[in-house]
Design a protein around this ligand. Sequence first.
Ligand code: C2E
Ligand code: MG
Ligand code: MG
Length: 588
Amino acid sequence: MNSDAEAAYEALIQFLYRAPVALIQLQQEGAIEMMNPMASQLLMPLAPHGDLTNLFSVLGPYADDLQRLCAGFAASHGVICEGRRFNIPAPQPRAGAPTVLSLGLLKVDDGRLMAVLADVTQEVAREQRQLASRLASAARVDGLTQLPNRAGALALLQRIGQRPRHAADDAGALLFINLDRFRHINDSYGNEAGDQMMVLVAERLRSTLRASGRSPGDDTVGEVAARVGGDEFVVLLDRLAAPAVAERIAARLLDRLSKPYQLGGHELACSFSMGIVLVDAGMGDADADDLLRDAAIAMTVAKSDGGDRYVVFHQAMRDQAIQRGGLAADLRNAVERGELFTVYQPVVGLQADGQIDRAAGVEALVRWRHPLRGLVGPVEFIGVAEECGLISAIGEQVLAVACADFVGWQRQLGARAPRLLAVNLSRAQLAQPGLCDRVSAILAATGMSAERLQLEITETLAAQGKDIQQQLLGLKALGIKLALDDFGTGYSSLSSLHLLPVDTVKIDRSFVSAADTSRHHEVLIEATVKVARSLGMSTVAEGIETVAQAAVVCRQGCDKGQGYLYSRPLESAALLAWLTAPEPVRTP
Ligand code: C2E
Ligand code: MG
Ligand code: MG
């Protein structure tokens, strides 16, 4: 070796000597020939009685296969292992001492090895922290939309609810958003389309909030959207100058969300219902779960008001919701205890000479005799029955009782018995497979003829997808008549009437009650009658209360009428008396 080479070699040795990694030169069997200070620093605490003669004996308690690994390495040189980690279990003699070491072994030539040892305690700790935070954030992020999930939303909400607020111009709000008729999308286009829809909605929420220019800062939640359930989203707002700002943001969100969506080649129009809870200075600490529940309650109020709107929560809504909860439990018992019964409202034939035909038909309407509350009307409990899955049982009970009564009247009254029985069908019933079979079984069991039965569906229902149309056609195939109830209040318009497989259109009471005072309403009735007639459908005017209203609907050519003017809904015995009453009611 010349002097230059010697100097370079010396520099290398010095370099390795001072290197912040532990370097050890050893023999095949583990006997240590040489090591740098870093190596002795790392190994010394591990060596029993400070004996550092053999690396394998020092590391044996932590990695007992090293000797075998080296003996089994057949090649004359090469990497035996690299970055092999092993834990040094507690108790450690001193704080800050390594708890994880990493070992690399290199076979330099036959009989000689190099070992590289490093303290990776910090590195492992960092990795573990990263992993933990990844796991924690995964637990708080919705996998589908990448928005915070329910747990994430609750954590953020806790911060909004419990942040001290001293000024009136420092409000927070929670908006609870739910897609109207989401089940319809799932049922008609499949669950995958439903998922896709959620992604699109999330993106709309994100971009609308982004466009508002307010962004989350370090100590504030700002504006954040989260997905808290299947088709349930929330938007958290904080540091609002006034509670009214929340309503402005809500209105803008609703507007943006209800623009059409492109879904698998279809253009889909959706509406949304939104509940808003305001968090302001006067409220004190607000619990996240309570806020979420209250916002959800306000959302259901928005939905039952027809959807496509927002409703701001107030305390009375919570009391009503609790009452509805109680109602659901009571309703279950009511079905078993026979507290439900059916009343019948006559539907009269309107004749040109002002006479009425009393035997044209009746509509069955369900009632509940509640042991404590007294008589409860269907408007109060049909929705609850739908929510708690009792609607089929109730609907089929009403149908069976009404058919049996109807057949009984025919036997008793002959030609003076009603010729048509109308029974309402709820949306939940129509969505259930097997409906046609069950209806047909009830007809068979009661001896009712299908041609005499009219099932009434509401407009919103009739406007829905393919599966509902299929169900309606199934009922028609049995020979049953269909009526479109409450026409004028829902979605279908005169121009889409021809798409619906119905025989009769029932013009909603809201039109009839204004028929004699508003020219506009009279014109609507006239147009409805004309279009229906051109499609071969008959018309019924609902809710006729006065002689003047009766006169208008007669003039406009409605075929039948129903309302308190003729009769309120009656129990079966009272109906028989009404049908056979000697004095006919005349329409002037
Ligand atoms: P609907 O099918 O449109 O029934 C007509 C409603 O208007 C009945 O209310 C009836 O009592 C009321 N009505 C009739 N004439 C007049 C009038 O001149 N003035 C006023 N103010 N109201 C009048 P009801 O019995 O409370 O039923 C309300 C709704 O509940 C029904 O509307 C129907 O949609 C639903 N419903 C009733 N029974 C059942 C049922 O057995 N199953 C289902 N799914 N829904 C039912
Ligand atoms: Mg009806
Ligand atoms: Mg109606």
